[in-house]
Design a protein around this ligand. Structure first.
Ligand SMILES: [Zn+2]
Length: 137
């Protein structure tokens, strides 16, 4: 067995029955990186200490979640995070990247309608509530 396979198998055995990496842990790692970068930018010693403390707490929470065996609890936490933060942020990023469509929120029901970006105005029908309205393409 090659050494890379051996390391892979060892890691797989180590993480068996544990939570591992989920969306909340990925976000915590990015947040930790942002806190450390902010620590490099500030000049106040008290602020550096505070940011270090926050970074350490984030690291502790991330490691705890990574190796936790209470999968029910960790999955419930992750589900709440994905529903209220991860998915809306991902959708917003996707909308910002999409240059060929405009995203219009229906004033009646709040549904988001994807409209092709064209010259002039077009009439759209909301797929959720059926309301018609004219929007700029
Ligand atoms: Zn609607």
């Amino acid at each position: 067995m090659r050494w890379r396979e051996r390391i892979g198998n060892t890691l797989a055995r180590w993480f068996y029955g544990r939570n591992g990496v989920d969306q909340l842990n990925i976000a915590l790692i990015y947040l930790m990186a942002a806190v450390h970068l902010a620590g490099w930018l500030v000049r106040s010693q008290a602020a550096v200490l505070a940011l270090d403390a926050i970074g350490t707490v984030l690291l502790a929470v991330t490691v705890f979640r990574l190796f936790s065996r209470n999968l029910t609890r960790r999955r419930a936490e992750n589900a709440v995070f994905v529903r209220y933060i991860w998915r809306p942020a991902r959708n917003r990023l996707q909308q910002l990247r999409d240059r060929s469509h405009r995203y219009v929120t229906c004033p009646d029901c709040g549904a988001v309608c994807r409209v092709p970006r064209i010259k002039g105005t077009i009439e759209i029908t909301c797929p959720k509530c059926g309301a018609k309205r004219r929007v700029k393409g």
